[in-house]
Design a protein around this ligand. Sequence first.
Ligand code: KIV
Ligand code: NA
Length: 277
Amino acid sequence: RPKVTIRTMRRMAKQKEPITMMTAQDYPSGLMVDRAGIDSCLVGDSLAMVALGLDSTNPITVDEMLHHCRAVARGCKAPFLIGDLPFGSYESSPDDAVKVALRFVKEGNVEAVKLEGGKEMAETIRRITTVGVPVVAHVGLTPQRQAALGGFKVQAKTAKQARALLEDAIAVQDAGAFAVVLEAVPEEIATYITEQLEIPTIGIGAGKGCSGQVLVQNDALGVFDRFIPKFTKQYAKLGQMMVEGLREYHEEVKAGLFPTQQNTYPINEAELTRFFE
Ligand code: KIV
Ligand code: NA
């Protein structure tokens, strides 16, 4: 597969070919994103919930994210690879943010970083892009700020909030972000913002007027089904298949049906006789 770059995605957006983005959290999930032909792969901090079982994304650390980024990078070669900066690692100062972004490239082997926030993050985005690390911004429903937002709720439902969201999107574009994720935004607003921007918008729960779409892989494949957000779609029921496979293994071992001759190593008769002598 040819390598997907920022230029590839910019061209797709210009030609109105929807960009596909999917999350991954380890080597096999990264490999499958590559094999499926998906354009871009995000090591999202949602892995804190869907792969580590935490109740929110906030506790995950930079070191933990880097561990997952490295694993994904080993399997995911052609898609453009982005790592999510975790809560608490980039908000306090642009200097801190530059340091952590550089670690994501050097130690996490990703090509770009994503961070949550609009206007208030503009200076930080400018600084990170200035040192040569591409940035994806994330506005609308920003899960790292879910407590401040009052939960996982649709954003920009009033005209005033929608205008503020548009201003945020323009601010991150002007600061140098090469793309912006719009999460949980009414379709008409996301479509209008997309039309107003030069950079691609990647929607999740933002309708089909965005330049691209992103989903969390464990949601999309039905591995994580503790709760299913409105904006996701289950393209497979892998969780169910996993339980069925594991149960069959359990039952076959209990019933003496596994392992069979086929799964067992032979030994030379003469050696065996000598052994039992
Ligand atoms: O963490 C994540 O998976 C994300 C995407 C849903 C955009 O931020
Ligand atoms: Na995230």
